[in-house]
Design a protein around this ligand. Structure first.
Ligand SMILES: Cc1cc2nc3c(=O)[nH]c(=O)nc-3n(C[C@H](O)[C@H](O)[C@H](O)COP(=O)(O)OP(=O)(O)OC[C@H]3O[C@@H](n4cnc5c(N)ncnc54)[C@H](O)[C@@H]3O)c2cc1C
Length: 461
């Protein structure tokens, strides 16, 4: 429960219509997509940057913990108030597209704008904002920047960080940070914007984002190919990319996912398929599309592809994408609890990484269906367990993380660390590196009031 004295100050700042402190709302805001629960003491909706400044200054003075929140679609608990305190929610007011500068091709937005709203808005102007997490319809750009979200188009177009040109943020002492510029080149000073990207709301509260746009490609086609084994599929990825293919997406499904899709959803894929690659190619002239598709087909067939399908229209494209889009829900046939990780390794290590991940599954008796972004080396690894096996499940995850780090990979390609991967940070970073993180955190937030329990920097009470 929030102290009445604090509630009065917050009400004076934002008005009574912009604060919740009742039980029903505290429960509603205690979740994100991890389904772990931490209840806040209040949820506050700032109307503008000045409100954010006033709230942070007061909280800093009174040592009240703050958790910034976008849409709460995060997979690692970043938006959950693990130590209580208030949630600062951007969804209600700070959700405006402020400017589209078509000459410099940038968008200026508030952090609560939904990813898809920006995409639709700029596409009407012939422009394109490529980062497209699968949560694009409901996740916010502030959340995307704070997690450095990836998406289906990352293989060709990169991830959120590649589109952040500048930002405004507020430090816990109320100071405004203006980082980056609306210029392609800017080497003056530290790259503070770069530091705030993927900082999971632990350093400052983002209040404005300047995002790079590009011209919208005119043509797009969807392809799908079925392979006898994971190794064939992976070799086809390497071969096609080194032959000059530059697909927008190159998504992978393994044998277990294919089995689940057939059994649960009746998807039309061969029973003996060992791997599937599906994706899009795009370009500004039809010849570019032809070159892309020919290069993919040739490389795929040289690596054992049994078929190479090209969607003839939008409807068939949706059909080809259906399997990938439903991969996550289909694999529940293997267990009632999914421990879903999003490891990333140098692309060339994918076949070896998958082989060893399946071996870890065999050792513990768990199925580990894997799918995801083969084109950028980021795979969703799903340890499927019965809820009673949670302890062994976590041991399997720990072994997977150790393996991935030993291969030069990382704990998370796009979902972040939050609370759920915090216990594993010492696998990926040395004590000295973790100390540097803590020093950076202290420089921004000396009183440790901003999302303190995240990223393994401090422990959850
Ligand atoms: C079905 C589904 C599919 C998904 N697919 C993808 C995918 O393809 N790629 C991907 O990368 N992720 C994916 N995600 C994860 C999630 O959607 C992303 O991490 C997204 O970027 C989170 O945005 P959000 O607005 O929900 O942020 P939240 O979950 O609300 O917050 C995420 C983090 O950002 C911080 N934060 C939010 N706003 C601010 C702000 N203004 N200032 C400072 N910190 C802030 C929070 O404190 C928290 O640490 C998926 C999630 C779901 C449920």
């Amino acid at each position: 429960m929030i102290d009445k004295k604090h509630l009065k100050v917050f009400t004076d700042i934002v008005g009574k219509d912009n604060i919740y402190d009742d039980k029903a709302h505290m429960i509603a805001y205690s979740y994100d997509a991890t389904r772990t629960r931490f209840e806040p003491d209040a949820v506050i909706f700032p109307r503008h940057e000045q409100d954010v400044q006033d709230i942070l200054k007061y909280c800093n003075q009174e040592q009240i913990i703050i958790t910034p929140r976008g849409a709460g679609s995060g997979f690692t608990g970043g938006a959950l108030p693990a130590n209580g305190g208030i949630i600062l929610a951007m969804e209600k007011h700070m959700n405006k597209i402020l400017e589209i500068d078509t000459e410099n091709m940038v968008a200026v937005v508030q952090p609560g704008v939904l990813n898809m709203d920006l995409q639709k808005h700029v596409e009407e102007l012939g422009l394109f904002y490529p980062p497209d997490p699968a949560s694009e319809e409901y996740s916010t750009l502030g959340g995307n920047v704070s997690e450095n979200a990836g998406g289906m188009r990352a293989a060709k177009y990169g991830i959120t960080k590649d589109y952040v040109m500048a930002l405004r943020a507020v430090r816990t002492n109320g100071d405004i940070i203006r980082a980056g510029k609306r210029t392609i080149k800017d080497v003056a000073g530290y790259n503070v914007a770069g530091m705030l990207i993927a900082s999971e709301g632990t350093l400052a509260v983002l209040t404005e984002l300047t995002l790079k746009l590009i011209p919208k490609p005119k043509y797009k086609k969807t392809y799908m190919s079925v392979f006898p084994s994971v190794d064939n599929a992976m070799n086809a990825v390497f071969k096609s990319l080194s032959s000059g293919a530059n697909p927008v997406a190159m998504e992978f499904l393994d044998k277990l996912v294919i089995q689940a899709l057939i059994e649960k959803l009746g998807v039309n894929l061969p029973q003996d398929a060992g791997g599937v690659l599906v994706g899009d190619v795009d370009g500004n002239v039809p010849e570019e599309i032809d070159f892309q598709l020919q290069t993919l087909e040739q490389s795929f067939k040289e690596n054992g592809a049994k078929e190479f399908r090209i969607a003839k229209d939008e409807e068939e494209a949706k059909e080809l994408w259906y399997a990938r889009r439903n991969a996550s829900q289909s694999i529940t046939i293997f267990g009632n609890k999914k421990l879903n990780e999003d490891i990333s390794v140098p692309r060339s290590m994918l076949p070896k990484a998958l082989e060893e991940i399946y071996a870890i599954g065999d050792k513990y008796g768990f199925k580990i269906p894997c799918f995801g972004h083969a084109g950028d080396g980021n795979i969703h690894v799903n340890v499927m367990i019965d809820i009673s096996q949670i302890e062994e499940g976590h041991k399997a995850i720990e072994e997977i993380f150790q393996l991935v780090v030993d291969m030069g990979g990382t704990l998370s390609g796009e979902h972040g660390i939050g609370t759920s991967k915090a216990p594993f940070m010492n696998i990926a970073f040395s004590n000295e590196e973790l100390q540097l993180f803590r020093d950076i955190k202290r420089a921004f937030d000396p009183n440790n009031i901003l999302n303190p329990a995240k990223m393994g920097l401090t422990t959850v009470k």
